[in-house]
Write a protein that binds this ligand. Structure first.
Ligand code: F0G
Length: 451
């Protein structure tokens, strides 16, 4: 395949433009919708640009053992499927991707499912899935000569952006909702040298303001409205397919916030299928927090045809988003793959997170909605025991240690939220205990007895 054959296609009206013609806010001038990266020629089954599936699978696997500049990256390892740069020499990489796919044996047993896995995107360089998208879009920013990049964020995008900007030698601006992001994430933006502005606004307000700012100054917008972000974020789909020897799992479950990630993973699986690398698509379901569930409401009202923004509230601050930018794309993915869109309560999120922790796989609260959602789907009979299910865990547990500590100390949930779930919650709580500095006291503590 030739390098950089891409163009941008409006998801709303289908208008096509070149990458250089995109507006600073990445909205279509004709209809206001978002763009998707498109590679002409990929649709033509017999065309010369159509890759050879067998050769590609072999090449991508070989690169895992290569130390050539971009090969150790789990994103650029697949660069034939994201030819978005004029020169791959402009790529900015922190060796992202190549994240583990863990079997979840205890959860599988409890749910009566044979094959349950967690694709842990929290095992990326800055601790979240955002790194896979950031390497792609930051590389475009560098190639196009920008000095400043910016994002609005609930924390993880800003951590990733600040790190990749620092590696690229670019300046970065972060807009975050004051008091509503986890400390781990805020500390990363500071550490990597971003100009960090805490605004008296929610995420949706931060993004609105930034959209205005990028129209007034030459700043490259790195939120997931930027279609190049999604090109990087589609690559975990390739890793998952590869891990199953190019037989895709039956069902992928993804948390939903601004809805870029579910859109990207859907695009990744769709392209694999269109290019003949896999025989089918997995079902893709999106799970939101009950207090930040605009897409769930949209599916309940008219199966994802319209979306009414909500005022968002959830302790899973990463997905505290009421007006998701990529909702149309995500709705299409759910519709096309026969997935579901549902929401889970604060207590269900906390319990699922503790259950994942007790399997040795910590994650941040927003990631745990996937297990909570799967439990609901299983209880409804929408997931059968024979299905292979993959949960996408989006962030590392250390991102939001306060949440975890509050849960184990019993100060996270209020009485109303935990009603009927007290036994389950008690069973999972492991608060630290103050113990006398004697062997007898420590041994007693191991048996759960005070001395
Ligand atoms: N999980 C985590 C840990 C996140 O940080 C986010 C989004 C999501 C899930 C939802 O993904 O927005 O693509 O649907 N975080 C963004 C941020 C909004 O600013 O870090 P989405």
């Amino acid at each position: 395949m030739n390098d950089n054959l891409h163009q941008l296609r409006c998801f709303g009206c289908g208008a096509r433009i070149s990458g250089a013609e995109a507006q600073p806010d990445f909205r279509c001038v004709q209809c206001g919708d978002l763009f998707e990266v498109e590679y002409p020629g990929w649709g033509q089954r017999e065309g010369p640009d159509r890759p050879n599936p067998g050769a590609l699978k072999w090449l991508w696997r070989e690169r895992r053992c290569s130390s050539e500049a971009l090969d150790p990256s789990g994103v650029w390892r697949f660069r034939e499927l994201l030819p978005i740069l004029d020169s791959f020499g402009n790529a900015v990489s922190l060796r992202e991707g190549n994240t583990p796919l863990y079997p979840l044996t205890r959860a599988a047993k409890a749910l009566g499912i044979d094959q349950l896995y967690a694709k842990h995107q929290g095992m990326n360089p800055t601790g979240s899935f955002k790194d896979t998208g950031m390497t792609a879009a930051m590389s475009v920013a560098r190639e196009r000569g920008f000095e400043w990049v910016a994002c609005a964020s609930t924390g993880n995008t800003s951590a990733a952006m600040a790190a990749y900007a620092a590696r690229a030698g670019l300046r970065s601006l972060v807009l975050i909702p004051e008091g509503k992001i986890a400390w781990g994430k805020l500390s990363q933006a500071m550490d990597y040298g971003a100009v960090t502005c805490q605004l008296k606004a929610d995420f949706d307000g931060c993004l609105r303001l930034l959209t205005q700012i990028v129209k007034e100054a030459p700043i490259y917008l790195l939120n997931s409205v930027n279609p190049y972000r999604l090109e990087g974020q589609k690559t975990p789909a390739f890793e998952i397919a590869e891990a199953f020897d190019w037989n895709v799992p039956d069902h992928l479950i993804v948390p939903g916030g601004n809805l870029g990630n579910s859109s990207a993973l859907g695009k990744g699986f769709r392209e694999l299928h269109e290019l003949g690398l896999t025989a089918r698509m997995p079902r893709i379901s999106v799970i939101q927090a009950e207090g930040a569930n605009p897409l769930v409401r949209s599916f309940a009202a008219d199966h994802g045809a319209t979306l009414v923004p909500v005022k968002a509230h959830t302790r899973a601050t990463a997905i505290r988003i009421g007006n998701p930018a990529s909702w149309r794309k995500a709705a299409r993915v759910i519709q096309d793959t026969g997935g579901w869109c549902l929401d889970v309560t604060e207590a269900e999120i906390a319990i699922a997170k503790a259950e994942l922790g007790s399997e040795g796989l910590g994650c941040e609260p927003a990631s745990a909605v996937t297990l909570a959602g799967l439990k609901k789907l299983r209880a409804r009979g929408d997931v059968s025991p024979a299905e292979t299910v993959v949960l996408v865990l989006t962030g590392h547990t250390l991102k939001d240690a306060d949440y975890t500590i509050d849960f184990h100390r019993g100060t996270l949930l209020n009485q109303d939220e935990s009603i009927g779930l007290e036994v389950e919650i008690n069973r999972l709580q492991r608060n630290a205990v103050a113990v006398d500095a004697t062997a007898a006291a420590v041994l007693a503590a191991m048996k759960g007895r005070a001395v």
